[in-house]
Design a protein around this ligand. Structure first.
Ligand code: MTE
Ligand code: MO
Length: 312
């Protein structure tokens, strides 16, 4: 979200060798060609390149991951402050265990489940997705998590279930941002059921081969790679299946600027700035933004016949 800009972006950060080595190990375990491409320094001066589509494997972008330290220090998590650097500092002591997730609403088998019982180890996989913020910057992040659809099926959605509503923890004692009325707390988000069931939609528990840093939404966050970053709600405590379209925090706060769908769309500008291009964190210059963040082939069908200017 762009409310105010107070900090320069972490451009040109130097990646220490141990992080490169970790990254190589990660890519190797993910079955990705390593060597030259991985060790090459980020292109410093890209006049204007196109953000590549998904390539042959939509679950594993072959783009160079953003350095871990950038992804862990340049955050939007308003519960811990509105500056990009606030969450890393203010979320340091956030308690992520024990953690209970309530799965409720239109399901045959609702439950309040301890996170460590909810996630079966064999469901956990590694994926590399771009995250495209509505503020026109992007990162490439190796996520670890479970397909949301696989998890939801276990709770047996009823025939009335049409949407999925998500809620972040409400705890102003731990989350200093919630003591100010920046947003209506707790943060809430929603997806249509078919979007939630799409195999690209991930509930993430980790990134870069380790548990999520608190500032990135520990212990459980959503990742919907074809939507603007704010749909990827953090520190989730409730997943509710509903018949009606749920409200979402940013839509409540500024309905003209943030719609329910929020699909990445270079041809629909935000009322205050263009969405045609994006800056990859760590690079200079801009890339062209692709429809659905490069996932049009996978998800375009979900919106067939919809006017995406109206349903932005
Ligand atoms: N609960 C909660 N979730 C949130 C946000 C937030 O402020 N609170 N910010 C969103 C926005 S605007 C973005 S771009 C992404 C940023 O994720 P990252 O910090 O891991 O890059 O988280 C999203 N999820
Ligand atoms: Mo964002």
């Amino acid at each position: 979200m762009l409310i105010r800009r107070t900090r320069p972006d972490p451009v040109g950060a130097i990646t220490p060798p141990e992080v490169y080595l970790q990254r190589r190990a990660f890519l190797r375990s993910a079955g990705i060609a390593t060597a030259g491409a991985v060790l090459a320094p980020a292109l410093a001066c890209r006049a204007e390149s196109q953000t590549p589509g998904t390539g042959s494997d939509p679950f594993r972008s072959n783009e160079e991951p953003t350095p871990f330290e950038d992804a862990a220090r340049y955050n939007n998590f308003y519960e811990f402050g509105t500056d990009k650097s606030d969450p890393q500092r203010n979320a340091r002591n956030f308690r992520t265990r024990p953690w209970t997730v309530s799965i409720t609403g239109e399901v045959a088998k609702p439950g309040n489940i301890d996170l460590d019982d909810l996630l079966k180890p064999h469901d956990i996989e590694e994926r590399i997705y771009r995250l495209r913020c509505v503020e026109a910057w992007s990162m490439v992040i190796p996520w670890r998590g479970i397909e949301l659809g696989k998890l939801l099926k276990r709770f047996e959605p009823t025939s009335k279930a049409k949407f999925v509503a998500f809620k972040t923890l409400l705890d102003p004692e731990q989350m200093p941002g919630q003591r100010r009325a920046v947003l209506d707390w707790p943060y809430i988000e929603g997806l249509r059921l078919d979007e939630a069931m799409h195999p690209l939609t991930l509930l993430a528990t980790g990134m870069y081969g380790q548990d999520l840093p608190n500032q990135n939404g520990a212990p459980l966050r959503l990742v919907v790679p074809w939507k603007y970053g704010f749909k990827s709600i953090k520190s989730i405590v409730e997943i509710r299946l509903t018949e009606e379209q749920p409200a979402t925090s940013w839509n409540i706060s500024a309905p003209r600027e943030y719609g329910f769908f929020s699909n990445v769309n270079p041809s629909v500008d935000h009322p205050r700035w263009s969405q045609k291009r994006e800056r990859r964190i760590g690079e200079f210059g801009k890339r062209k933004t692709l429809p659905f963040n490069g996932y049009a082939e996978q998800v375009g069908q979900l919106y067939a016949g919809m006017d995406l200017r109206k349903h932005f």
